[in-house]
Design a protein around this ligand. Structure first.
Ligand SMILES: Nc1ncnc2c1ncn2[C@@H]1O[C@H](COP(=O)(O)OP(=O)(O)OP(=O)(O)O)[C@@H](O)[C@H]1O
Ligand SMILES: [Mg+2]
Length: 259
C-alpha cells in the first residue's frame, strides 16, 4: 500500500528479533554466564527457562545465540523447536542433515546420532524450545550422555514440567531454573513504543489509542497480542484513509478479536 502509515511491517511480526531485548537484561546476563565456562573448556550449565506466553523467552535465547554467533567462533549453537520437531528421530535427522551428514537408508537413529557426535568439534549450546511438546526424550538422554561440553537451555510454559522427566535424565541434568515474569505496565509500554518507532510513520499513533493498546497488552501479559493489535489497528487506520491510528481503529480490532 503506497500511502500506508506502516513503513516497516516486518518489525511488527512476532518472529522479528529486535536489536535489543530490554527489561530482560538480568536473564540475558545469567544465560550468557551459563555458556561462558564452555569458552574456557569447562562444562556449561543447563537451564530450565519457564514463564507464560509472549513474554520474551524465545527472544532472549535468539538474542543470546545471535550474540554468540557474532562474537565467538568457539561454540556451536543449535536451536530446536520441539513443537515442530517433536520426536527424537526428527531431531536427530535434522541435526545430522544440518551437519552435512547424509542419511543412508539402512542407518538407524542410533548410528546417525553417533556419526553426528563424532563430527562435533566444538562445545555446543542447545536450545530446546517448547520442550514440553517433545513426544519422547531419548534425544535428551543422548545429549546428556554423549556430548561432554555443552549447555542445554530448556524452554517451557509449564513450570512443573521438569518433574515429569524420567529420573535418569533428571538426575543427569542438574538444571537451574530461570523464571520469566510478565512485564509490568511501564515495561509493556516501553516495548510497544520501541516497535512503533521503527515500524510506523512518526506521529501516526494517537496517544489515547496507544495507551489503549498498552493497557490491553498489559492485562493479557502477552507482548505478541500487543504486536498483533498494533499491526491490525494500523491496517484498520489505513483502510479508513486515516493518517493516525485512533481509538476507534483499536476498538474495532478488539471487537472482532477472539481473545
Ligand atoms: N523485552 C522485549 N523487548 C522487545 N520485544 C519483546 C520483548 N519481550 C518479548 N518481545 C517480543 O514479543 C514477542 C513474543 O516474545 P517471545 O516469542 O520471546 O515469547 P515467548 O515467551 O517465547 O512465548 P511462547 O511461550 O508463546 O513461545 C516477540 O516478537 C518478541 O520479540
Ligand atoms: Mg517462545
Amino acid at each position: 500500500m503506497p500511502d500506508s502509515i506502516i513503513i516497516n511491517p516486518g518489525i511488527l511480526e512476532d518472529t522479528y528479533l529486535p536489536r535489543l531485548v530490554p527489561y530482560r537484561e538480568e536473564q540475558q546476563k545469567y544465560l550468557a554466564e551459563c555458556v561462558n565456562p564452555l569458552l574456557s573448556g569447562i562444562y556449561g550449565k543447563n537451564v530450565l527457562m519457564h514463564g507464560s506466553s509472549g513474554i520474551g523467552k524465545t527472544a532472549c535465547i535468539r538474542f543470546l545465540f545471535r550474540q554468540l554467533q557474532e562474537e565467538s567462533d568457539n561454540v556451536r549453537t543449535i536451536y530446536i523447536n520441539c513443537w515442530k520437531q517433536d520426536t527424537s528421530n526428527k531431531i536427530i535427522t535434522s541435526l545430522a542433515k544440518e551437519s552435512g551428514i547424509t542419511f543412508i537408508e539402512r542407518k538407524n537413529m542410533d548410528e546417525l546420532f553417533t556419526l553426528y557426535i563424532r563430527g562435533l568439534k566444538k562445545p555446543v549450546v542447545v536450545a530446546l524450545d517448547e520442550i514440553d511438546k517433545a513426544k519422547d526424550m531419548d534425544f535428551l538422554y543422548r545429549f546428556m550422555e554423549d556430548i561432554k561440553f555443552k549447555t542445554i537451555f530448556m524452554i517451557t510454559n509449564i513450570s512443573g514440567w521438569i518433574s515429569s522427566l524420567d529420573a535418569r535424565i533428571y538426575s543427569r541434568l542438574h538444571a537451574e531454573r530461570v523464571e520469566f515474569k510478565p512485564y509490568n505496565l511501564d515495561e509493556t509500554r516501553g516495548i510497544l513504543k520501541e516497535r512503533i518507532r521503527y515500524s510506523f510513520v512518526p506521529g501516526s499513533w494517537n496517544k489515547n489509542a496507544f495507551e489503549k493498546v498498552v493497557m490491553k497488552t498489559f492485562n493479557r501479559h502477552d507482548i505478541r497480542f500487543g504486536l498483533h493489535l498494533l499491526k491490525s489497528s494500523g491496517q484498520n487506520a489505513d483502510e479508513k484513509n486515516s493518517k493516525q491510528v485512533l481509538d476507534e481503529h483499536v476498538d474495532s480490532v478488539l471487537e472482532k478479536s477472539c481473545f
